[in-house]
Design a protein around this ligand. Structure first.
Ligand code: 1HE
Length: 274
């Protein structure tokens, strides 16, 4: 990895390594959870470092990738730190996750997550705040909050429930069942399953592709889609019309539409195996 995100002493772990790495490859910011000895468990300092990296990416990149160092994407909330928190600090901690994951979900650049090994608890909540999820065949998904005596706090009750359905999420939380990558793909929780070792590369490829879209369209996808989902059908359709007109009215759309009509733009190709 090239550059790293330095957001002050709080962004480094006990051994002096950055808790989150940051690298800019062309238009794509690559953000790595970097606490493999603790399976990338998310402490207060880790979530703040994720926030700093996401803000930097939003400033200077057109898309981002979030991945985890080591054999696991993320073991979720740092249970050691959490067990020492007062009630009010727990609430504040959860609200901090909400604020930072919202920068990912409803920012202005798309994020793709690359998942391997454990994608557990808050790790799944982090993945659910990204726009596209790529899982390696060895990835596994669980919400062990029931066993731990806690509840989701990183936006999962909204994002994961909407992704896979609240019934399935409730099943995961009540029974502690662990799903494979293939099962999670069938449930709609991930969009791509790739061979072991291939998630980061695939995520970068997808992020690079999303970075070529018109900026206003990406903004609309990130910000209008989740809001429209929360609206009545009537309000959703109305908002869609406004968003559609707004994107069409940009010089970028004008040029892209002209390029297609003048046969300078790529056609939509059928899938290779169709
Ligand atoms: C941790 C954490 C953690 C590992 N907080 N320290 N998350 C969980 O309930 C998942 C708990 N973790 C596990 O089930 C396993 O660690 C894994 C399946 C993820 C990985 O297993 P393995 O055998 O590769 O690693 P390990 O030996 O269990 O863990 C290595 C070290 O990481 C060890 O510390 P060490 O000092 O003994 O070396 C573990 O204690 C430490 N570690 N996971 C703290 N989560 C916003 S609300 C979200 C609510 C949740 O996320 S609930 C789910 C919490």
């Amino acid at each position: 990895m090239g550059g790293t995100e330095h957001s002050g002493p709080d962004a480094t772990g006990a051994d002096g390594d950055d808790l989150v790495t940051y690298d800019l490859q062309g238009d794509v910011a690559i953000i790595g959870l970097n606490r493999p000895d603790k399976r990338n468990a998310i402490s207060d300092r880790v979530v703040e470092a994720i926030g700093a990296a996401v803000l930097r990416a939003t400033d200077e990149a057109k898309a981002g990738v979030i991945w985890g160092e080591g054999t696991h994407f993320c073991a979720g909330l740092d249970l050691g730190e959490h067990s020492k928190k007062s009630l009010i600090d727990s609430v504040k901690g959860s609200r901090r996750w909400h604020r930072i994951f919202d920068l990912i979900e409803r920012g202005s650049i798309p994020f793709v997550s690359a998942l391997q090994g454990a994608v557990v608890g808050g790790g799944f909540e982090l993945a659910a705040s990204t726009h596209i999820r790529v899982a390696e065949e060895n990835a596994f998904f669980a919400l062990p909050e029931g066993q731990r005596g806690i509840f989701v706090g990183g936006g999962g009750s909204v994002r994961i429930a909407r992704l896979i359905g609240s019934g399935r999420m409730g099943d995961m939380m009540l029974t502690g069942r662990v799903l494979s990558a293939q099962e999670m793909e069938r449930w709609g929780g991930v969009s791509y399953v790739v061979p072991e070792g291939g998630a980061k590369e695939k995520a970068i490829e997808l992020a690079t592709q999303t970075a070529t879209n018109a900026e206003m369209t990406n903004f609309a996808i990130l910000n209008a889609l989740p809001r429209i989902r929360d609206m009545s059908s009537e309000d959703g359709l109305f908002t869609e019309s406004l968003m559609s007109a707004l994107t069409t009215g940009t010089p970028e759309a004008e040029e892209r539409l002209r390029a297609f009509l003048e046969k300078r733009a790529a056609k939509v190709a059928a899938p290779k195996d169709a």
